[in-house]
Design a protein around this ligand. Structure first.
Ligand code: COA
Length: 202
C-alpha cells in the first residue's frame, strides 16, 4: 500500500488476509490487555458475517505485523434512508512499538481505503486528543448521534469523506455483534473516570 520510515525502520501498510488473523489477535491482546479478548471475539464474529467486516489493514516492519486497524460496516439512521457507513475499531500497535508513528501511519491509510469502499463517513470511539489531531472531529458537531450515551460525547468521532452530504445526520447504528458482546461504549466505573477526564458527561 505505502512505505514510510518510523523511527529507524521501514513500515509497510497492507491489507490483511485470513492468514494474518493470529498475528492481529496477538497485537490486539497485547495492546488492549484484558479488553483484547472481547475485541478479538467481536472481530471474529464480524469476519464471520458476510460483509460486516469491510477491511483490515496491518502495519508490517521487519516482516513482522506490528499494528492493525479494522473497518467494519454500520449504518447511519438518517431521516431519508439508512446510509452505509464504517466503524474504525480496533486500532492497535504492539506495545514495544508504540509512540513511533505506526498508529498514525495506519490512520493515514483509512481515508483513501474508506473512500474506495464508498463510505461517506467513518466513526470511532476514541481519545479526542489523539484522533482530533489526525483529521477526526466530534460526531455531535455534524448532527451525528452516538449509539449510546455510554460513549462520552467527545469520544464519538467521525471522519467526513467526499461522499458526505449535509442531509446525512442521525444516529449511528452498530450491527448486532457489538451489542451481543457489550462492546458499545464504556460502563462504570471506567465510564465515569473517562467522563471526568474529558470534562463532561452526557
Ligand atoms: C493508541 C495507539 C494505536 C497509538 O499508536 P502509536 O503508534 O503508539 O501512535 P503514534 O506513534 O502514531 O502517535 C503517538 C501518539 O499517540 C498518543 N497515544 C499513545 N497511546 C495513546 C492512548 N492509549 N490514548 C491516546 N493517545 C495515545 C501519544 O500521546 C502520541 O500523541 P501525539 O502524537 O498526539 O502527541 C497505540 O498506542 C495503542 O495501540 N494503544 C493501545 C490500544 C488503544 O488504546 N487503541 C486506541 C483505542 S482509541
Amino acid at each position: 500500500m505505502s512505505d514510510g520510515r518510523a523511527l529507524g525502520g521501514t513500515v509497510e501498510v497492507r491489507e490483511a488476509g485470513d492468514v494474518d488473523t493470529p498475528a492481529v489477535e496477538r497485537i490486539v491482546e497485547a495492546a488492549f490487555g484484558e479488553h483484547g479478548v472481547a475485541i478479538n471475539d467481536v472481530m471474529a464474529r464480524l469476519r464471520g458475517v458476510e460483509e460486516d467486516m469491510a477491511v483490515e489493514l496491518v502495519a508490517v516492519a521487519d516482516d513482522e505485523i506490528v499494528g492493525c486497524v479494522a473497518l467494519s460496516r454500520a449504518w447511519l439512521d438518517a431521516r431519508e434512508r439508512l446510509v452505509d457507513v464504517l466503524v474504525l475499531s480496533p486500532l492497535a500497535v504492539a506495545p514495544e512499538r508504540q509512540g513511533r508513528g505506526i498508529g498514525s501511519r495506519l490512520l493515514a491509510e483509512v481515508p483513501p481505503v474508506a473512500e474506495r469502499l464508498g463510505a461517506p463517513l467513518v466513526f470511532l470511539e476514541g481519545a479526542p486528543g489523539y484522533y482530533g489531531n489526525r483529521g477526526w472531529s466530534p460526531a455531535s458537531t455534524h448532527g451525528l448521534e452516538r449509539p449510546s450515551f455510554r460513549i462520552p460525547e467527545p469520544a464519538c468521532q467521525v471522519l467526513l469523506l467526499a461522499g458526505h452530504e449535509p442531509w446525512m445526520t442521525g444516529r449511528l447504528v452498530y450491527p448486532d455483534a457489538w451489542w451481543r458482546l457489550d462492546l458499545v461504549g464504556l460502563r462504570d466505573p471506567e465510564l465515569g473516570e473517562v467522563e471526568r477526564a474529558l470534562g463532561g458527561g452526557r
